[in-house]
Design a protein around this ligand. Structure first.
Ligand code: ADP
Ligand code: MG
Length: 327
C-alpha cells in the first residue's frame, strides 16, 4: 500500500459525515463551521508505542485510545466534540493493521458524532497524534483555575483500574491478545479500561455550568489535582477511602498498592471537578440519573498543599507527582 491508499482506507473506515464540515479530507486543509455564540476548543495528544500503550496492544484499541485521550481533554473543558485530525507515523504500510486501527477510531468517533477531517501519514517509529476540536458557548469553557476555598472536590468516573490493568500485564507477560477478548475476570476488565478508556464527554458538558474548575485525570489524581491547586492558588484535603475505585481494587490487591494505583497510577481519563458545596447533591443526582457517577473525595482549603487521610485518620504519603516525560 502507498500513502494515498492508506489515507483512502482510513477515510473509508471513518466515514461519518457532518453538515458543518465544508471541506474535509482531500484538500490541503479542512474548513469547518463554528456555531454562532460558540468558541472552538482545540487539543492534541500523542501516543508513542511502548510508552503510552504496551507494544502488543491491539490496533483497534490503539485507534480507540488515541481518540479517547483527546476527547477526555475536551470533556474537561466542558466542550462538545465535533471534529478530529489524525497524524499517523507508522513503521510500515500494513493494510490489516491500519484497517483495524481505523475501526477502533471510528467506533468511538461514531459514538460522539465526530468527523475525521484530515491528518498526515508518514513513515517512522509508531507515533500517533490526534487533534480534537469541539465547541463551548462563549466564555463557558471549564478551566483548572477556578477552584474556591470550601468547594467540594469530586470525581466523575472511577480511578485505578487502568493502572491495575497495566500492573496485571506486567506480571502476566505470557498473556497474548486473546485474553483481551474474555472480559469476565476483574483483571481483564482492568486491562479493558487501560485499552479502551471511557472519556466523560456528556458528563463534562453537564458539569459545565456547575463546576468551578475541572481537569481530566490522565497522569494520576495527585498530579492532576496538583495542577488545579496551583492554577487556583489553593490547597486540598482528601480522603483515600472515598476515592471511587479504591475499595473495589483493594478487594483484589494489597491496600498500599491499591492506594498508589488510585492516587498516582494514571491513564484513568476520569474527570476531577470542584464546585460549591450547595451545588454538589443536585449535580450528583443529575449524573446518576444519566447512568454516570459523581463522588466527593474532599474539600478545597486555604492551606496550601495536598493532604491525604486514610480511613483511620492517618496521613498517606504520596510523593509521586505523576508522569513527566522529561524527568
Ligand atoms: P498535503 O501534502 O497537502 O499535506 P497530504 O497528501 O498529506 O496533503 O494529505 C491529503 C489529504 O489527506 C489531506 O486532506 C489530509 O488532511 C488527509 N490525510 C492525510 N493523512 C491522513 C490521516 N492519517 N487521516 C486522515 N486524513 C489524512
Ligand atoms: Mg498541500
Amino acid at each position: 500500500m502507498n500513502e494515498f491508499e492508506l489515507i483512502d482506507l482510513i477515510r473509508a473506515e471513518c466515514a461519518l459525515q457532518r453538515p458543518d464540515v465544508r471541506i474535509g479530507i482531500g484538500d490541503d486543509a479542512a474548513a469547518v463551521e463554528v456555531p454562532p455564540g460558540c468558541e472552538l476548543v482545540v487539543c492534541t495528544d500523542t501516543l508513542v508505542a511502548g510508552r503510552h500503550f504496551p507494544l502488543n496492544t491491539r490496533p483497534e484499541d490503539i485507534g480507540w485510545k488515541v481518540l479517547a485521550v483527546n476527547l477526555s481533554d475536551l470533556a474537561a473543558m466542558g466542550a462538545t466534540p465535533a471534529f478530529a485530525l489524525l497524524a499517523l507515523c507508522l513503521p510500515d504500510a500494513d493494510a490489516n493493521w491500519v484497517r483495524a486501527f481505523a475501526r477502533g477510531f471510528a467506533e468511538l468517533s461514531a459514538q460522539h458524532r465526530i468527523a475525521l477531517i484530515g491528518g498526515d501519514t508518514t513513515r517512522g517509529p509508531m507515533t500517533i497524534t490526534v487533534t480534537a476540536l469541539g465547541f463551548v458557548p462563549i466564555g463557558k469553557a471549564l478551566k483548572r483555575s477556578g477552584a474556591m476555598v470550601g468547594d467540594v472536590i469530586a470525581v466523575c468516573g472511577d480511578l485505578g483500574a487502568a493502572a491495575a490493568g497495566l500492573r496485571y500485564l506486567d506480571t502476566h507477560p505470557d498473556c497474548g491478545r486473546a485474553y483481551r477478548l474474555q472480559r469476565h475476570r476483574t483483571e481483564h476488565q482492568w486491562v479493558d479500561r487501560l485499552d479502551r478508556p471511557l472519556p466523560q464527554v456528556e458528563q463534562g458538558i453537564m458539569l459545565r455550568d456547575i463546576a468551578s474548575s475541572a481537569i481530566d485525570i490522565s497522569d494520576g489524581l495527585v498530579a492532576d489535582l496538583g495542577h488545579v491547586l496551583r492554577a487556583s492558588g489553593v490547597g486540598a484535603d482528601i480522603q483515600l477511602a472515598t476515592i471511587p475505585g479504591f475499595e473495589s481494587i483493594r478487594e483484589h490487591i494489597d491496600a498500599d498498592v491499591a492506594a498508589r494505583l488510585v492516587l498516582s497510577g494514571g491513564d484513568d481519563y476520569a474527570l476531577l471537578v470542584t464546585m460549591p458545596q450547595n451545588a454538589f447533591e443536585q449535580a450528583r443526582s443529575a449524573l446518576i440519573a444519566s447512568g454516570s457517577s459523581l463522588t466527593a473525595i474532599g474539600l478545597i482549603s486555604s492551606e496550601p498543599g495536598l493532604r491525604i487521610i486514610d480511613a483511620n485518620g492517618n496521613s498517606v504519603q504520596c510523593d509521586n507527582a505523576g508522569w513527566d516525560h522529561f524527568a
